[in-house]
Design a protein around this ligand. Sequence first.
Ligand code: SF4
Length: 276
Amino acid sequence: MTVAAITADRLAAADAHYRGCRLCEHRCGVDRTAGERGPCKAGPVARVFRQRVEYGDERLIAPSHLFYLSGCDLRCVFCINELNAFDPRRGDELTPELFRAAVEAGRPLQPRTLQWVGGEPTIHLPAVLAAMAGCPDLPRVVWKTDLHGTPEAYDLLDGVVDLYLADFKFGNNGCGRRIGGVERYTDILSRNLRLVAGRTDLIIRHLLLPGHTECCYRPIVTWLAGHLPTVKFSLREGYLPHWQANHYQELGRPLSRREIESARRIAADAGLHLVS
Ligand code: SF4
């Protein structure tokens, strides 16, 4: 990551989204500075509801200093952080001063990376760029994203982010609508994956969901094998029912051993580059 890439022009272009927001594919165009709110409910202030150095991410990026921002453009019914993720009023305001102090406090733990997570950080991109602009000498920057942002948003991150940690959650638009709360999910994901894969390092994560092997997992693996066969693929097997998951028959239970073993076999048979 280079702070030099965060130019005054880039900051101004990012800031303009607060007055006509098209940071995510809801593209609602609201003036967040005037109190208008889109589906993410976010205003012009980003808030950090947690920040700390963690060790549980993929080995390529851990230990990582994570900055969790409240607010999200998706509504996954199995969200593990729903109170903070869906309420952008939670947490402390992200300012350059708060950010700098937190980064310095984390340095003794020697994080390999600095990671923006949510909720979804893309909906707060202007505030994040402003925070990092005042802080040279950062570790590699990881953008943990649902990849439901617009190309305009990802253009603003080009040259700033060292690695995208991108969730590929659903393998068809119906599941994206039913349990993710968004339309055209796979159309948007496949477009954005092609976009960011050509720009910088990328790890694609998939949280395996119970009962979604054939409708979601297999189509995702097939798409990756066909379009991004060498991409790093992180299969997450720790699903537990959270938030509204119990309202959906197939989601109200943990994964079975059989589902996990089958998923590993499908990825291996497809020749995907699994990372852990
Ligand atoms: S981030 Fe998305 S949902 Fe939120 S205001 Fe912007 S376009 Fe609308």
